[in-house]
Design a protein around this ligand. Sequence first.
Ligand SMILES: Nc1ncnc2c1ncn2[C@@H]1O[C@H](COP(=O)(O)OP(=O)(O)OP(=O)(O)O)[C@@H](O)[C@H]1O
Ligand SMILES: [Mg+2]
Length: 350
Amino acid sequence: MARATATGLDLGATHARAAVVEYERTNPTGSPPKVLKFAQVPLDPAAMKDGVVENAPLVSDAIHHLFKSNHLPVKNVVLGLGGSHVSVREIELPKAPIDQLRASLKYMVQDQLSMRVEDAILDFYPTDTTDTQVRGLLVAALAESVQRTVDTVISGGVTPSRVDLTAFALARGLARGPYGQGVIGIVNMGASATDVVVLADGIPQMTRTLPYGGELVTESVMRACSLPHGEAERMKLALGLNPPPAGHEAAQAASAQILRRAQALVEAVGQTFAYHVQRTGQQVAGVLVTGRAALLGGLDRYLATTLRLPMARAAIDQLASLEGALAAGMDDGVRSDLAVCTGLAFGGAK
Ligand SMILES: Nc1ncnc2c1ncn2[C@@H]1O[C@H](COP(=O)(O)OP(=O)(O)OP(=O)(O)O)[C@@H](O)[C@H]1O
Ligand SMILES: [Mg+2]
């Protein structure tokens, strides 16, 4: 059986990450794809901002290094997009063939966009139809930012064959097997932001990017305890949401900040799910959590008890087959790193 490969490229705030997936060329969905390789390189904190390339040379050098030193294939690369220059909204349009709807989007959605229609790349993904209406997700991306990101990746020696939303990649990568049915939420907590996606039978119904990430928690600890970044980061990792040691004032001040940030995040996730229930009547039955920032000690339990929902850590290794060395080195950190770039690569296998 002829095999082909696709590579997913995720430009996060802290790392550029890539996963290489192998699939059957003639029957890409027939058997589970295999994850062959995963590699990442750290990104300078000044490289990306809110999901957008801020310093192009820093990013293109990192991509060059990532692909070259790990011998990653530069063919069939799917690049992830997310952050503040992409908005995804649930809309209803009059029922019509999908090609016709996509072609006339710019005339129909002008007043629903947070950017000028002439500055935007638009797309529409139907989720549901009635006799007269089509419900779906309107994706609007700032064309200039998308072009800047693509140009930066090309300068790094890699020409993407597709771009895809981080939120859709999470859905494609994780809504498999037992998570491919029913209404589930995915929460991906990174350094700069948290993606929330609600899926019904594997199809994204809504997605939001919340402005809460692990870096915000570290910055709060820095301010509350007058600590430099590295020390505040270490303190955050050591404390998590566990009770601070008695009599340790700095730890208590840091703990209060960590809890405050966790509360704000969980409240915003809860509001996102509540909005989905109110709009569709569909109750979210469980949540998959990923992203390194969600490894904060006790956060899983805090999310589960506050939202009163079953919670599991997303585990691509239980949903797809993995090359031996990758499977052997698996832990919760690598699982978190794999979620977006693997989902992007699965998109190239279509
Ligand atoms: N064990 C841990 N416990 C708590 N937080 C952690 C842990 N390990 C890493 N983090 C935090 O996770 C964040 C980085 O997460 P991640 O690597 O998922 O982000 P990213 O993908 O680079 O960024 P983004 O998705 O926002 O673009 C940092 O804020 C870091 O402090
Ligand atoms: Mg990320």
